[in-house]
Write a protein that binds this ligand. Structure first.
Ligand SMILES: NC(=O)c1ccc[n+]([C@@H]2O[C@H](COP(=O)([O-])OP(=O)(O)OC[C@H]3O[C@@H](n4cnc5c(N)ncnc54)[C@H](OP(=O)(O)O)[C@@H]3O)[C@@H](O)[C@H]2O)c1
Length: 283
């Protein structure tokens, strides 16, 4: 009888709350399709326990971990190395073990960028980002790193918007501006990309309306929504009706999962299997 191992390789996600996080479904679907006997564990970790959880994953030989709310910033000081993007963003959502070292990467913005670049290069393009939280920060940094020409951050709270502007100025001076979000935002003529990066529309508040003047959308604009659940948000439906090219939040979620699997396993998973696994649970 051929020798076989009964020990699975482990990865997973630390978050709180974490029970509604569907990442396990798409990652384990990819592992099955790749013939890998790996497990992706969904683990509830309180903020005070994060240092012990990271020490635990080192001790148990986890191959990597995703970090979600509220750990993306706190985890930075517990790691050995950061990629340039994670350092610029100031947050980590994906940790990979490399030898006995833990490397922190931020795959949110990269996952987003891959979705957009499937439509064409962002070089020289002008973008509007609605929101200034963690998702907006990762997207803004990666857009500038990829050569976006101008970026307008639109946010309700001035303090958070200005904070993001400082991060973006450090990446590419003079290409970003901040606009305080008051009433329905009118998208300026000539905008190429409109990115909805707030939490408006996330399940269960699915009919919540993004304060945006839909009449200011033009058919040559690409409209992106980061909300993965439901994928067909109210904004996605309205932007489609306005004739725009529309990218939903599932693309970003799947793409950042693909990058995580590549970092952990060194192999390429099949994104269509991952997207289908998520669609199956969201139905
Ligand atoms: N598809 C993916 O792969 C992916 C990856 C990461 C995140 N996400 C999604 O991205 C969303 C944002 O996550 P995050 O980590 O950036 O959250 P966050 O750091 O808490 O930031 C939330 C942002 O939304 C804004 N906001 C919330 N409610 C608003 C309202 N009613 N009107 C105007 N602005 C509002 C906040 O504005 P203020 O500053 O004014 O409060 C802030 O800019 C989440 O829903 C998450 O599911 C998706």
């Amino acid at each position: 009888m051929a020798a076989r191992s009964f020990k699975q390789e482990l990865v997973g996600v630390f978050g709180q709350p974490v029970a509604e996080n569907p990442t396990q479904v798409m990652i384990e679907a990819a592992f099955r399709q790749m013939g890998l006997d790996w497990r992706y564990l969904t683990l509830e970790v309180a903020p005070k326990d994060l240092p012990a959880a990271i020490a635990g994953m080192r001790a148990m030989g986890f191959r990597g971990i995703n970090c979600t709310i509220p750990h993306k910033v706190a985890v930075v000081s517990l790691l050995d190395e950061l990629t340039p993007a994670a350092r610029a963003i100031g947050a980590v959502n994906c940790v990979a073990r490399q030898g006995d070292k833990l490397l922190g990467e931020n795959t949110d913005g990269k996952g987003f960028l891959q979705s957009v670049q499937a439509q064409g290069s962002v070089k020289g393009k002008s973008a509007v980002i609605l929101g200034a939280g963690g998702a907006a920060r990762a997207i803004g940094v990666e857009l500038l790193r990829a050569g976006a020409g101008s970026l307008t951050v639109v946010n309700r709270s001035e303090a958070r918007g200005q904070e993001l502007l400082q991060v973006l100025e450090a990446v590419a001076p003079g290409r970003s501006t901040f606009t305080r979000w008051v009433g329905d935002y009118v998208v300026p003529e000539g905008t190429d990309l409109v990115i909805q990066a707030t939490s408006i529309g996330l399940y269960p508040d699915i009919e919540a309306r993004v304060p945006l003047d839909i009449d200011s959308l033009r058919p040559n604009m690409i409209v992106c929504d980061v909300i993965p659940n439901p994928p067909r948000t109210r904004l996605v439906r309205e932007a489609e009706a306005a004739g725009c090219v529309v990218l939903d939040g599932l693309g970003m979620l799947v793409n950042q999962g693909v990058i995580g699997i590549q970092l952990w396993t060194g192999r390429d998973p099949d994104p269509t299997v991952m997207r289908q696994a998520l669609l199956d649970v969201f139905e």
